[in-house]
Design a protein around this ligand. Sequence first.
Ligand SMILES: [Zn+2]
Length: 273
Amino acid sequence: MQALAERVGAWLVGATFEGYDPLGFTGLKTVEPPPEALVGASIVGVDRRAKYVTLHFDNGLRVMFHLSQAGRLDFETPPKRTRPKGSVVRWRFSDDRAVLLREFGTERKAGWWVLAPGDEGPVEKLGPEATSDEFAQWFRTADDGRRIHTILRDQRTVAGVGRGYADDILHRARLSPYASLKSLKLDERERMLAALQEVLAEGLDRERLRTGGLSQNKLGEHFTVHGKNGLPCPVCGHDLKRVSYESHEVVYCPTCQTGGKVLADRRLSRLVK
Ligand SMILES: [Zn+2]
């Protein structure tokens, strides 16, 4: 999302908002101020917080949007009049530019917010950014009994990691996804923080090489272990394993991360019965 925010900024800073076309399902999550209040205002900056991208306008209003798992942005010049599958909204800007927000998933979580000054909207309850000193300080001393993998996925504890990077970070740090934070020694905590910085920085470098508006759809192929159950671990060569849940899976290397122990996969044990 950081790389996407940079591309949106390069494309739209200085552009004046001319109007919008609501398409498909109701993606607009706010009532006040109305999107009409943006007409005539210019974008002065674009940034990111967790998985939300914010467009800052010169009249103090902001537009925030979230792409969810299967969302994407299309940059259009000139603006199209089509309504492709999954369309949420098309924002029209000066100089024949438009941005189309789309959602391919069935969950329909992509959305956008128009926010008045001081209103943090959906990011109000988010934890500190993953790469911030604030999170590092907390992580070094916290007595949290939850598993590290759970902590990394919890946006209220730490913003901007997600399940894919959580797998890769713990693999890099050689830590079990099931270890509780409370149980970690100081050197293990430092290893996790260093791995987090490295993995996220490498992910951002890769994303910056991309062009256009596409966000997350093809990110999977860039992960080190996430989504690669059954393939050889890139470090030791042994097979990667997974633990499956309803909505996601955790991939890890038993040799590198759990001292050779294979964690119980509930879905697998159901199948074997
Ligand atoms: Zn390994």
